[in-house]
Design a protein around this ligand. Structure first.
Ligand SMILES: C[S@@+](CC[C@H](N)C(=O)[O-])C[C@H]1O[C@@H](n2cnc3c(N)ncnc32)[C@H](O)[C@@H]1O
Length: 211
């Protein structure tokens, strides 16, 4: 939890309490339903919570923004972001029902009222969102084809509506088809820890930003 305060020193008491509850809650739920690799559970705050919150070092969502987290698994990046942005609406989707059960249990336990979770395939979700966030779901071109139509035209943020994708490793080839619409941000410019050396945030703008 100290690592979160290091990079997000202005958290409210409520946000700190909610974030502090994640450790014991995920430890408990991960015993029953595997949503985080066992070797990572000790590094929940660095590898899952802080990694999810990396998005917030680049964009502050305006109140009323709607966000879908596709392939959320146990709730990453959606749950940490929902804690940080209590006035933003988060819709967390995964095709596996038991993962959604963990998302619902954790959200309820910490009193999140801006999270709705659904077992569904991304391509079957009805409605549109300002942003789709995601981490580690599928190759980027396939991901774009799954969610492209879910992005709303109504702009209410400094960045153009589109996809915010957390990804590691070398993926230059995957971005080639989108080279005029995509920005890549290395998370090593935000966080000192070795884990972030190869991690990036990809913003694929699918609608024009506010001027
Ligand atoms: C490697 S896990 C990542 C989970 C989470 N995003 C994280 O970073 O911890 C990928 C997740 O994507 C889900 N998934 C894959 N394709 C999907 C689709 N088309 N619609 C919804 N969920 C999908 C899988 O069920 C799985 O839970």
């Amino acid at each position: 939890m100290e690592i979160i305060k290091k990079y997000f020193p202005d958290l409210t008491v409520r946000q700190q309490e909610q974030l502090a509850q994640l450790g014991p809650l995920y430890a408990e739920w991960n015993e029953k339903i595997n949503v985080i690799s066992r070797k990572d559970i000790d590094q929940l705050y660095e590898r899952h919570v802080l990694h999810s919150l990396a998005i917030a070092r680049y964009i502050q969502f305006t109140p009323g923004t709607s966000i879908m987290d596709v392939g959320t698994g146990g709730g990453f990046p959606g749950i940490p972001l929902a804690i940080l942005f209590p006035e933003t609406n988060f819709f967390l989707v995964d095709s596996i029902a038991k993962k959604i059960k963990v998302v619902e249990e954790v959200s309820q336990s910490i009193g999140l009222t801006n999270v709705c979770a659904q077992q569904n395939r991304a391509e079957k979700v009805a409605g549109q969102f300002d942003f789709v966030v995601s981490r580690a779901v599928t190759a980027f071109p396939k991901f774009v084809s799954l969610v492209r139509k879910k992005i709303s035209s109504k702009q209410q943020n400094a960045w153009g509506n589109g996809i915010l994708y957390l990804k590691g490793g070398d993926f230059a080839d995957e971005l080639q088809p989108f080279k005029n619409q995509v920005q890549v941000y290395p998370l090593s410019e935000q966080f000192d820890e070795e884990f972030f050396e190869t991690k990036k945030l990809i913003h694929l703008q699918l609608k024009k930003p506010l001027k």
